[in-house]
Design a binder for this molecule. Sequence first.
Ligand SMILES: Cc1cc2nc3c(=O)[nH]c(=O)nc-3n(C[C@H](O)[C@H](O)[C@H](O)COP(=O)(O)OP(=O)(O)OC[C@H]3O[C@@H](n4cnc5c(N)ncnc54)[C@H](O)[C@@H]3O)c2cc1C
Length: 181
Amino acid sequence: MVSTFSYAREIPLRGKTDVIVCGGGPAGIGAAVGAARAGARVTLLEQYGFLGGMATAGLVLPFGDTQPAVARELFDHLEARGAAHGWDYDPETFKLEANELLLEAGVELRFHSTFCDAMMSGNTVEGVVSLSKTGLEALPCHVVIDCTADGDVAASAGAEFSKGRSDGRMQPVTLMFRMAA
Ligand SMILES: Cc1cc2nc3c(=O)[nH]c(=O)nc-3n(C[C@H](O)[C@H](O)[C@H](O)COP(=O)(O)OP(=O)(O)OC[C@H]3O[C@@H](n4cnc5c(N)ncnc54)[C@H](O)[C@@H]3O)c2cc1C
């Protein structure tokens, strides 16, 4: 039996921005830089204290061979610091360079900020509710880009989704680790 608890409270409503990117992995980095360079005011929410997603937190390197402009630019910076060879790289330097790239593009970074709900008006997403040490905050915007890799925004907004293969089972996880002598 599932029991429920009804919960409602007033939370701060922040000023409206153009674009909110939820998730700071490779997809979120590219989306945020692209939108900011196109002239939008961009805020990026990331639940952890650094950028990179699976590329840093998950240690899933080398980076798959890819040519998107922002990834190429990031790797040019990493190579200039001796922190990348081809698509292989040092994840700690990746975090720093990704940070620089976003700040230089003018993106507002909000770390330790978890997307937790979509602000809906009918079928339209008009912002997000985020949770951080500040508490819950309502962040209105014109466009939300869901880069959580789990479709958190889409699911919260009521979009249909499926998980796993036809029988619902998922790919087994790979445990990535580093060794040093
Ligand atoms: C086990 C494994 C091995 C892989 N091996 C490789 C490899 O060797 N090479 C390769 O190139 N690719 C590899 N991949 C694929 C690669 O990891 C993905 O293609 C890539 O990470 C997708 O980027 P993304 O930004 O969409 O998602 P992610 O990298 O998952 O980033 C999502 C980001 O969103 C944040 N987030 C999630 N939910 C919320 C929320 N509610 N609020 C705020 N932030 C949130 C997360 O903290 C994370 O930073 C591998 C993947 C896995 C799982």
